[in-house]
Ligand binder design. Structure first.
Ligand code: 6PG
Length: 240
């Protein structure tokens, strides 16, 4: 699964480089992307256009960047410190102000500066995980931010682990050029079935993030796919 995800990342990066001379990717955290980050740091992916890549985050836990729970720290240690990517092209979510709403507004301002004049951020690739409860990014079941249709970034609360979060909102995720979902482990199989299942209220955040139009790929390992499930779900044919 991780190698397939790295191939999709590479294909998307070169496609965007050819088309617009830049590749803007937003990362999720958690355990699932670890192997992908390690793979992308390997010599075989050094030819990627790292000098034309800009890195953002889909979500972040509101902890200092040196804490093990930090999504920024995870990506920095496994990938970003190992590829030729200038610091100024790496944009972690701010977690230091006392006010979550201030941090969310600051990141939204950065995104609006990066993607001027757009209704929503034009990220080329959003890397997304899947929680056992059907959350994705830091959008949790029943959260009021699931109804957010104006802001690009929201401050949320996680029911487990680090409570304070920042996250891209659903419309910001939907606007990305490709949503790449990764899920592995038997504990995710029920959430995978719910995401791919019929749209019935109340929809889970991951299902809402998956079901909208646009390019999206869901990669699963055998355990998450379940006995009969395919390892790859893709919608919106065409280049990834
Ligand atoms: C986070 C992630 C979150 C993650 C899922 C799956 O900050 O925690 O962005 O959405 O993708 O919780 O986490 P695992 O990969 O650890 O199972």
């Amino acid at each position: 699964m991780a190698l397939e995800a790295a191939r999709i990342w590479a294909e998307r990066a070169f496609f965007c480089l050819d088309r617009q001379g830049a590749f803007r990717v937003a990362l999720s955290g958690g355990r699932t992307p670890e192997l992908l980050f390690r793979l992308l740091a390997e010599a075989r992916f050094q030819r990627l256009p790292w000098d034309k890549t800009e890195v953002f985050w889909v979500d972040e836990r509101r902890v200092p960047y040196d804490r093990p729970e930090s999504n920024y720290r995870l990506a920095r240690e496994l990938l970003l410190d190992k590829v030729p990517l200038a610091r100024g092209r790496i944009h972690p979510m701010p977690t230091g102000s006392g006010e979550p709403a201030e941090d969310a507004a600051a990141y939204e301002a950065l995104l609006r500066k990066t993607f001027p004049g757009r209704a929503w951020p034009g990220l080329d690739l959003c890397l997304l995980g899947l929680g056992e409860d059907g959350h994705t990014a830091s959008l949790f079941p029943g959260g009021p931010e699931l109804a957010e249709r104006r802001r690009w970034v929201a401050a949320t609360r996680s029911p487990k682990g680090v409570a304070g979060r920042l996250t891209l909102t659903l419309p910001a995720l939907w606007a990305s050029g490709l949503r790449l979902f990764l899920a592995c482990g038997r504990e995710k199989s029920a959430a995978v079935r719910a995401v791919l299942g019929p749209a019935q209220p109340p929809m889970l955040p991951a299902q809402m993030a998956w079901r909208s139009e646009g390019r999206k790929v869901l990669l699963l390992d055998k355990q998450a796919a379940g006995p009969a499930g395919p390892a790859r779900h893709k919608a919106a044919a065409g280049d990834v």
